[in-house]
Ligand binder design. Sequence first.
Ligand code: FDA
Ligand code: NAD
Length: 429
Amino acid sequence: MGRAFVYVVLGGGVAAGYAALEFARRGGYSRGELCIISEEVAPYERPALSKGYLLPEGPSRLPKFHTCVGANDELLTTKWYKEQGIELVLGTRVISADVRRKTLLTATGETISYKTLIIATGARALKLEEFGINGSDAANICYLRNLEDADKLVNAMNSCSGGNAVVIGGGYIGMECAAALVTNKIKVTMVFPEKHCMGRLFTEKIAEYYENYYTSKGVTFTKGTVLTSFEKDSTGKVTSVILKDGNHLPADMVVVGIGIRANTSLFEGQLLMEKGGVKVNGQMQTSDSSVYAVGDVAAFPIKLFDSDIRRLEHVDSARRTARHAVAAILEPSKTRDVDYLPFFYSRVFTLSWQFYGDNVGEVVHYGDFTSSSARFGAYWVGRGQITGAFLEGGNREEYEALSVIVRRKTKVSDLSELKKQGLAFAIQE
Ligand code: FDA
Ligand code: NAD
């Protein structure tokens, strides 16, 4: 049993949706030549799962957040794919890939062949078992990567209103889920090994602001320790989380966000890997010229960082790398190497921040870190140039101004002057 396509997108997440959009905009394929294979439903905007999806009132549900919602583009529902002549092979897992033969084998036993493949397999949530802690398959322990996870989380929240949740991990998932749990009237304790939350990006000062804000919302922080095991009742539900320091935290539910691993396993030994992902060049092309990789799974050169290879785990990068790969596939001679400015953001409670660039170098903080209607920021300065910029509570123009100075690597001659000027430094450039 088998089918043949010219273009196959393997994986149906954020990057796959934007690849489809770019194919449709450019034309360049005929009906039935392009297919997306995914374990999930039609591509959707994954960030909704930790935001609108978890709201206690009027939560967002599909089809409302299929690809391109909010981007002034058409919502890419299954109807759209049909109209565009793009085949969706959904609910289907690919279990092996043969890059030399240009074939994929699905769990249903079908062989799908391609001329050009785009790997958009994203990533999976790391499990506690991978850190030697057992029992994370309990009914009230939740991870968050896909719709199934989100539904489990919503059910757990609904069944323990007024109860206690323990959030394991102080990264993006931990912070966004803790806020959602509080909004759902659940008492939250966050547990993570670092000295402060969002260790991969936040400075101690930014983290302190966030932790104080969360504390004011009733969240308790247990930092610098990890869990060792769970206590469960006779039905197998977790009743408490046992920490390395011997403390027991009562838990009606647990949310785990301890990082991800890129889904590269189908291609290990067949394609070059780097930074835990599939290595690509500036055209998003892998070490096999018929295979491209985009989104969380791709490790690509960032021109702005002297072409250092990075694997980013953010939605903007997934969208842009996917569109770039399609441009490179359809119009190789006209497509320059990708020149991406890393951009991250988050929204929790009434707070929201954006970050551009790389958080390396000396940090210069500015603004008001004291009030609850926060407006503060930080610049990172390396070799006398701006390398990164963070702003809490900015508006569109301000964020745009920051992105410009990071992209231009604006020179900084005096750090104390930069601190004094704060946001004005970017605005007046
Ligand atoms: P993505 O994970 O979206 O899609 C991969 C797809 O491939 C999945 O559908 C998967 O099932 C499928 N797949 C994998 N292996 C397969 C196989 N063998 N066979 C078939 N199908 C297979 N970022 C940000 O910048 N701002 C934000 O606010 C958020 N918020 C956020 C919330 C939550 C809950 C998560 C989990 C993540 C975010 N992110 C984010 C990160 C962002 O969502 C992420 O970077 C993108 O989804 C990456 O897009 P990809 O398409 O690369 O992977
Ligand atoms: P993360 O890398 O942001 O954070 C992982 C956290 O796990 C660390 O901060 C650390 O505190 C914790 N940790 C690691 N080992 C631990 C252990 N043994 N015990 C307890 N804690 C431990 O990863 P995440 O929060 O799981 O997020 C998953 C993915 O989803 C990331 O790729 C992230 O970029 C993405 N995401 C992004 C956003 C956003 O950009 N706004 C929102 C949600 C999710």
